[in-house]
Ligand binder design. Structure first.
Ligand code: C2E
Ligand code: MG
Ligand code: MG
Ligand code: MG
Length: 286
C-alpha cells in the first residue's frame, strides 16, 4: 500500500473510504460507551384496538441520542451492535426497563420487546427474560416478544424450542415485519406464534389499488384461520384506517394515525385521555 502511494498518492476514493471507516469505528466506540453506561433510551409506540377505543400494548423502541450527531436511527445502531456482538447487552437493558415501565401503566396494557436473531442463538435469553419479569414483578401475560423472519433462517429447530419455552411460560410471541422477509407461509402454521404484525409495506397503495387490498385481506384471512391475532403496522392515514376497519382486516393498529412512539409516561396519559373521552351525544332524528 505504501508502494501505491509512492506511485500516485492515495486517490480521493481511498481517502473517502478511510474517512468512512474511521467514522464508523468512532461510532462503534461511542455506542459501546453508551451501552456500557446505560445511555440508551426507550420510546413506546402504542397499539390500539382498531376502533381506537383502547391501548392494548406498547412496543419498546430503542433510542440513542449521540452527543454530537443527535438521534441515530435504531436501524443503524442495532445493526452495528449486532456486528459488534453487543446486541444481547441492549436486549437485556431494554427488557429490564420495559418491564419496569409497563408496571406503571394500567394493567390491561402489555409491553412488546424486539429480539434480534442473535438473541435466539442461545438459551441465555430465557434467563434474561425471567430475570426481567422477576425484577419488575410483571406478569408474563403482559410481555410480548417480537421476532422477525430473519431469526428463523439458521437453526430453526433451536429457535422453535426457545420460542416454545417462552410461550409456554405465558409470554406472547409476535412475528414482526411480516411480509418483508423470505415469507414462507408454512412457518406460520408450525411456529409457536400468537400475533402477526403486518409490515407497513403491505399498506402501500391499498387505498388506490384493489389488488393490493386483496393481497392484504387474503394474508389476514389466512393468519386468522391459523388462530393468529393481527397487528397492522405503519397505519398513517384516516383512509387506510377506514379501509382496514371496513373489511375488519386488523385487530390492532400501530401507526402515526393514532400515535408516534412516545415517552413511557405518555402511554398511561394517552390511555387516560381515551378513557375520559365521553361518547358523542346521539343526534335526534326527528
Ligand atoms: P419495528 O420493530 O418494525 O418498529 C416499527 C418502526 O416503524 C419504528 O421505527 C416506528 O417508529 C416506525 N413507525 C411506526 N408507525 C409508523 C408510521 O405510521 N409510519 C412510518 N413511516 N413509520 C412508523 P424505529 O423506532 O425507527 O425502529 C426501526 C426498527 O429498529 C424496528 O422496526 C426494529 O426492527 C428495530 N429496533 C428498534 N428498537 C429495537 C430493540 O430494542 N431491539 C431490536 N432488536 N431492534 C430494535
Ligand atoms: Mg417491532
Ligand atoms: Mg415491524
Ligand atoms: Mg419494521
Amino acid at each position: 500500500e505504501s508502494k501505491s502511494k509512492e506511485r500516485g498518492g492515495i486517490s480521493g476514493f481511498e481517502r473517502e473510504m478511510d474517512g468512512r471507516y474511521i467514522e464508523k469505528q468512532k461510532l462503534k466506540a461511542d455506542l459501546r460507551e453508551a451501552v456500557a453506561s446505560n445511555g440508551l433510551n426507550i420510546a413506546y409506540q402504542p397499539m390500539f384496538k382498531a376502533d381506537g377505543s383502547r391501548i392494548e400494548c406498547a412496543e419498546a423502541l430503542a433510542r440513542w441520542v449521540h452527543p454530537e450527531k443527535g438521534a441515530i436511527p435504531p436501524d443503524v445502531f442495532i445493526r452495528l451492535a449486532e456486528d459488534m456482538g453487543i446486541i444481547s447487552d441492549i436486549t437485556r437493558f431494554i427488557l429490564m426497563k420495559a418491564c419496569v415501565d409497563c408496571m406503571t401503566w394500567p394493567d390491561h396494557i402489555a409491553v412488546s420487546v424486539n429480539l434480534s436473531a442473535r438473541d435466539l442463538r442461545d438459551n441465555d435469553i430465557l434467563a434474561v427474560v425471567s430475570e426481567a419479569l422477576k425484577n419488575s414483578g410483571l406478569s408474563p401475560a403482559r410481555l410480548h416478544l417480537e421476532i422477525t423472519e430473519s431469526c428463523l433462517i439458521d437453526e430453526p429447530a433451536a429457535v422453535r424450542a426457545i420460542l416454545a419455552e417462552l410461550r409456554n411460560s405465558g409470554i406472547t410471541i409476535a412475528i414482526d415485519d411480516f411480509g418483508t422477509g423470505f415469507s414462507s407461509l408454512s412457518y406460520l402454521d408450525t411456529l409457536p406464534l400468537d400475533i402477526i404484525k403486518i409490515d407497513r409495506s403491505f399498506l402501500r397503495n391499498i387505498v388506490e389499488d384493489g389488488r393490493r387490498l386483496k393481497l392484504l385481506r387474503g394474508t389476514v384471512n389466512l393468519a386468522r384461520e391459523l388462530g393468529l391475532k393481527i397487528v397492522t403496522e405503519g397505519v398513517e392515514t384516516a383512509e387506510q384506517l377506514a379501509l382496514l376497519n371496513k373489511y375488519r382486516a386488523t385487530d390492532l393498529v400501530q401507526g402515526y394515525v393514532f400515535s408516534p412512539p412516545v415517552p413511557a409516561q405518555n402511554v398511561a396519559l394517552l390511555q387516560e385521555a381515551i378513557g375520559r373521552r365521553t361518547p358523542l351525544p346521539r343526534r335526534r332524528n326527528n
